[in-house]
Write a protein that binds this ligand. Structure first.
Ligand code: ADP
Ligand code: ZN
Ligand code: ZN
Length: 732
């Protein structure tokens, strides 16, 4: 880092000045603590951004409350170095922001330095002071002028008005449970509008799960608010932006010029001095949980942040997470959220698509597509309509089943299914660790053909093309497509969209009507507005009903509801839109509830099961994952730390009484290989920790970290690459 034009505060040479505590980026396990002591000629308030020397380089730091100084232990005054300088022109981060970061670090078991520095835009670290000064001086707006008339707010429906009134008159948090197209976004817009006009300077944060949902939302907010509050009033924050864009948006939010911040999960850490409203749209979406670094849930942090800062929180979804649903039950049942219900779609008489179940027990054995479904697809295509074939392929662990008698690889000791591990052909329970070799034949009926549920979908696209080879396209005047061409089938999934821009191109082809049948995974179920799709088919959804992952049914229901939301968006075609479910379990309550579009019944039934099995939200979980050169080493790390936790002679036991009480509320399961056991020659293992009490689990993890660090030194743990704790994991 070149210190050009940088006026150092070098009064420290004389030994005078104030000692301050500075937070720097350091991972949880580094020998260096996250807090370092420096000297500054003047008192710097906590939250001030500073540059500090670290070894031979200079790094970005945040001045922290000085009581953290005590935690750093004895300090040799002769070794305390001077702060190199402050980041002039950037106000200190607020006490609220510091509290959010401290909480996140503590709750998710990471170092506060790591969380804090990762929450700041990278360019704060990278730019030299001179570059930063130039950036801050840059004229406020270089953007082209916008039309000055604001798009007027829509007149709210009765359901929307009711929701808005409740949000205005109560403190929340609110769960806005509204069908797809019920006008949730309009409710957010309305609340933001009211806030901004009532409270000068107030800010709102709106989060969405995915980057590709931001442009649509951004234009809706910009057209409504820029004419009134100026061009800088709406900014976005997500990982798809360039670093200079991110810095600019961050500074806008931090300075208070930006009144509205739209973003993905990372935006929950945006510095907003006057935050008064937080919205988490599609709050059930797993993308809100980070899957690397500090594995935080942006939804949960939003609720914490809102309550801490006195800002209102609205969680919106057509299929809320069971955690949020549980929280919005009547207060007598432990609910803390206010549930607002908007069941009706705006402006559509032919409300929701018809759900049909195809009983696969009555179809030819091994058929991937049932005959009635094929006929239905052919019929739609010949009318010039589009179909969406939805594959539930990823996201849950394989469970074995027998096609003859319906046997499934249940764990004899748990209310869970054992997972099929291909590498060593074993069945393993991810709860208790119970392991057996895969049986040669079905234990129920002796049938040798037992296989993972949901197999055989890889070649589905080609298979479908063969089955539909005798069908030709309908001609179209609008697209100029002649009659009689072969139909076009397009597959959209993680593989087909790896190249940048290919998703956009594929989606454009769907919108323009060039594609007749769209085949894809959960990726296509979300958010996209396909107007000509009148049939959505779930080909193999049953796997999620019998998954080792207890959240799989919840996810399936929400995906199918969203997929159903893709059907019949065009009012003219809405009346004939259908959702087809191919299943061996036509009477399953999940499908019965889906047929009625009845999320509440489904949710209550799931919560009952969860309660009986003491699963979240009725218990708290954490997962420790270890990676090593060998599976033995990975498991050894976990098992040694486990033994240490339970050992009366260990360091933790010295806490005495307290630790014993904590342990009484903790279940530590055995180490097991992860479902995907090996990636790039690194072996992976995991251990589940459960407790009826979130507080006990937090205490336990805090105390246990040391044992995990220490275990690494054991000879059995040679080859351990890393380990990490995942609090409130989404898949186990
Ligand atoms: P959701 O977010 O619940 O899926 P949106 O807010 O996107 O729903 O609304 C769905 C559609 O209905 C949008 O095209 C929106 O412009 C329109 N809409 C929403 N509220 C109203 C209203 N009060 N009057 C007329 N149209 C509305
Ligand atoms: Zn069998
Ligand atoms: Zn078990």
């Amino acid at each position: 880092m070149e210190p050009e034009n940088w006026a150092p505060d070098n009064s420290g040479a004389s030994g005078t000045g104030h000692w301050i505590c500075v937070l720097i980026q350091s991972p949880a396990h580094a020998a260096l603590g996250p807090f370092l002591t420096y000297r500054s000629p003047k008192v710097l308030p906590p939250g001030t951004l500073v540059r500090v020397p670290l070894g031979k380089r200079e790094t970005l730091g945040v001045v922290w409350q000085s009581d953290a100084l005590e935690a750093t232990g004895e300090i040799d005054p002769g070794r305390v170095r001077d702060v190199a300088g402050t980041l002039e022109g950037i106000a200190p981060l607020s006490a609220h922001w510091q509290q959010l970061v401290s909480f996140a670090a503590r709750y998710y078991q990471r170092s506060v330095g790591e969380v804090a520095l990762a929450a700041l835009p990278p360019q704060l670290r990278e730019l030299s002071p001179a570059q930063m000064q130039r950036r801050l001086k840059r004229p406020a707006s270089l953007v082209t002028a916008k039309n000055t008339t604001s798009v007027p707010p829509l007149e709210l429906s009765a359901e929307q008005s009711m929701a808005v009134t409740q949000i205005e008159s109560q403190t929340g948090p609110f769960l806005l449970f509204g069908a797809t197209g019920s006008g949730k976004t309009e409710v957010y817009l309305h609340c933001v509008q009211k806030l901004l006009s009532d409270d000068p300077g107030a800010q709102a944060l709106i989060m969405v799960p995915e980057i590709n949902l931001t442009p649509q939302l951004e234009s809706r907010f910009k057209e409504r608010f820029e004419p009134m509050y100026g061009e800088q009033s709406v900014v976005s924050l997500h990982s798809g932006m360039t670093n200079p864009q991110r810095l600019k948006a961050w500074l806008g939010a931090h300075s208070g010029v930006a009144r509205i911040v739209l973003g993905t999960r990372m935006a929950v850490f945006a510095s907003m001095p006057k935050l008064r409203l937080l919205v988490v749209d599609e709050e059930h979406d797993p993308s809100y949980k980070s899957s690397e670094g500090a594995r935080y849930s942006a939804r949960d942090l939003a609720v914490y942040r809102g309550q801490m800062e006195g800002a209102k929180v609205i969680l919106g979804s057509a299929t809320p997470s069971l955690e949020s649903w549980h929280q919005s039950r009547p207060a007598a049942d432990g609910g803390r959220y206010v549930r607002l219900h908007m069941p009706s779609r705006i402006g559509q008489t032919a409300a929701l698509p018809l759900v049909r179940r195809v009983d696969m027990n009555h179809q030819p054995r091994r058929a991937v597509f049932s005959l009635p479904l094929l006929d239905a697809i052919k019929e739609r295509v010949s009318r010039g309509e589009q179909c969406l074939v939805f594959l539930n392929r990823r996201g849950y662990a394989p469970v074995l089943h027998c096609t003859e008698c319906g046997w499934k690889s249940e764990c004899p000791h748990c209310s869970a299914f054992r997972v099929f591990h291909k590498i060593d052909r074993t069945l393993r329970c991810h709860h208790c660790g119970f392991t057996e070799r895969v049986p040669r034949a079905c234990p129920g009926c002796g049938n040798p053909d037992i296989a993972p549920l949901g197999r055989g979908t890889e070649q589905l696209e080609e298979h479908l093309a063969e089955l539909l080879s005798d069908v030709t396209r309908a001609g179209s005047v609008t697209t100029g497509c002649p009659e009689g061409l072969p139909l076009r089938i397009e597959r959209i999934d993680a593989d087909s969209t790896r190249l940048k821009g290919s998703l956009e191109a594929q989606l454009a082809a769907v919108h323009s009507g060039e594609v007749d049948v769209l085949v894809g995974t959960q990726m296509i179920a979300k958010g996209h507005d396909f107007r000509r799709i009148t049939l959505v088919a779930a080909v193999n959804p049953d796997g999620a009903l019998f998954s080792s992952d207890f959240r799989a049914p919840e996810r399936l229901f929400s995906l199918l509801m969203q997929a159903a939301g893709r059907s019949g968006r065009d009012a003219a075609l809405g009346a004939q839109s259908e959702v087809w479910i191919q299943t061996f379990q036509p009477a399953h309550p999940l499908y019965a509830a889906l047929k009625m579009h009845d999320y509440p019944t489904f949710a209550e039934q799931q919560l009952l099961e969860r309660e009986q099995a003491a699963m979240p939200p009725f218990s708290a979980q954490a997962l420790v994952r270890a990676e090593a050169r060998t599976q033995e080493a990975a498991q050894a790390l976990l098992n040694i730390a486990r033994t240490d936790a339970l050992d009366a002679q260990s360091g933790m036991a010295q806490w005495g009484e307290d630790w014993t009480q904590v342990l009484e509320q903790i279940t530590l399961y055995s180490a097991v290989p992860m479902t995907i056991q090996r990636i790039a020659n690194v072996e992976r293992a995991q251990m589940l920790i459960e407790s009826p009490s979130r507080t006990a689990l937090q205490k336990f993890l805090g105390g246990w970290q040391g044992a995990l660090h220490a275990a690494r030194a054991a000879p059995q743990c040679k080859g351990v690459v890393r380990w990490a704790i995942d609090v409130d994991p989404l898949a186990i």
